[in-house]
Design a protein around this ligand. Structure first.
Ligand SMILES: Cc1cc2nc3c(=O)[nH]c(=O)nc-3n(C[C@H](O)[C@H](O)[C@H](O)COP(=O)(O)O)c2cc1C
Length: 412
């Protein structure tokens, strides 16, 4: 069978990093970090993606500090975790792929137990914290300039730890409602000072974080950004702001932007192109349960999944900037890949399709298949934080490794 010659299988340079092709495993919170320990299971998950042909795999949801976590069973980047992360990146590199750490701070979107972190989480705004109702964190602290300096330093330290751990790239998470998104979206940020108001002001602090991370590690690693091109919620950002954000990221020097969608709780269907399942599952995890409970309040609660569901805003952003862009949202087939490339995107991110079949890229390249079997049922989302971690429940989907691996440190 002749090999697929699509441009998607040709190398791409982002900043100092050369990728072997254009396929990037998007961050899909794998769990597999019980008590914050980077497990053999997490390493095996990413090794499988690397072995399956993706140019780069993204380790999701690595908090910049313990205080920046959303849940206890979440990874954070520090001297404590570098050794185990190194075992993970070594496993990925064995297959000629790159590894990217997604670095994030939860801000007020945190559900940590009382003795774990501050009872007054930080955010762009102060006042009532709707996410804190279940943990007693009723109020959030409006970040002042000192807080901003501290948090920017935290992102820098996390990026340096990522470099020590052998990561090839860091992805700064500016989307989905976490701390930096709490500045970017007017849905959360109603500040009256220079960090609130128009999108240029709301981007000031996130752009400063990006700039400092670039200064610290940008010569050695790719520094990319993931953000929500639209919030999918009244009172949130639309593509008009999505375009301005891209322009600011470009002028600040980001090596690539991945165009995501939506907010975790308020518009999860904008993120996934369809809602989470509402029947047959009762996830124990708060974030998932909350998302399920509140999803009817989003703009299009009955939205049906369509492939490439976020192409419309992404295309407008593509036209507005020259910087490398990674398309994300509903790519499942070789035809989708070809469309993304012909629309001028430099790379494409894949979440659910690679959970279903981590070998998808090799299979598309060899021509043995043209379609992923993923149906975007979103049951993988409901498995986050279960002992087995994020995996596919569909017939034919990849079931992953033995859950026991998720309890052993990766370097053990
Ligand atoms: C199980 C699961 C967990 C996810 N966790 C994260 C996460 O930790 N960080 C993030 O930025 N996006 C996360 N996402 C969103 C994906 O990166 C992506 O935006 C979304 O799945 C749409 O892409 P797709 O259609 O290729 O799946 C997650 C998605 C899934 C399916």
């Amino acid at each position: 069978m002749p090999q697929n010659t699509s441009i998607a299988f040709t190398p791409l340079t982002i900043g100092p990093l050369k990728l072997k092709n254009r396929f990037i495993k998007a961050a899909t919170n794998e769990g597999m970090c019980k008590g914050g320990v980077i497990s053999k299971g997490l390493a095996a998950f990413h090794e499988r993606v690397a072995e399956g042909g993706a140019a780069m795999t993204t380790v999701a949801y690595c908090a910049t500090s313990k205080d920046g976590q959303t849940f206890v069973d979440q990874a954070h980047l520090s001297t404590e975790t570098v050794q185990d992360f190194k075992a993970l990146t070594d496993a990925v590199h064995k297959h000629g792929a790159a590894a990217q750490a997604q670095i994030t701070h939860a801000g007020s979107f945190t559900f940590l137990p009382k003795d774990f972190s501050s009872m007054k989480p930080i955010s762009a705004n102060g006042g009532f914290n709707k996410f804190g109702v279940m943990t007693g964190r009723y109020m959030k602290k409006k970040m002042d300039r000192n807080d901003m300096d501290d948090i920017a330093d935290e992102f820098v330290r996390a990026a340096i730890h990522a470099k020590e751990a052998g990561f090839d790239a860091v992805e700064i998470h500016m989307g989905h409602g976490y701390l930096l998104a709490q500045f970017i979206t007017p849905f959360y940020n109603t500040r009256k000072d220079e960090y609130g108001g128009n999108i240029q002001n709301r981007m000031k602090f996130p752009a400063e974080v990006l700039s400092k991370v670039l200064d610290a590690v940008g010569k050695d690693m790719a520094v990319t950004v993931k953000y929500s091109q639209t919030d999918g919620k009244d009172g949130g950002n639309t593509v008009t702001e999505g375009i301005e954000i891209a322009k600011i990221l470009q002028s600040t020097g980001a090596h690539m932007a991945q165009l995501s969608n939506g907010l975790n709780v308020e518009s999860i269907d904008t993120m996934f192109g369809n809602p989470l399942p509402t029947t047959g599952v009762k996830p124990k995890n708060l974030i998932v349960r909350l998302g399920m409970m509140l999803q009817p309040k989003s703009k299009e609660p009955d939205r049906e999944f369509t492939q490439l569901y976020s192409m419309e805003p992404a295309r407008q952003i593509r036209e507005a900037v020259d910087m490398p862009l990674c398309y994300l949202g509903g790519a499942q087939t070789m035809d989708n890949v070809n469309t993304i490339m012909s629309e001028g995107f430099d790379a494409l991110g894949l979440g659910r399709a690679l959970i279903y079949d981590p070998n998808l890229i090799n299979a598309l390249k060899s021509g043995s298949i043209r379609n992923s079997g993923c149906t975007a049922c979103n049951h993988c989302v409901t498995l986050m934080y279960t002992p087995g971690g994020t995996a596919c429940v569909e017939e034919g989907g990849h079931k992953g490794h033995a859950p026991e691996l998720n309890t052993i440190p990766a370097s053990a």
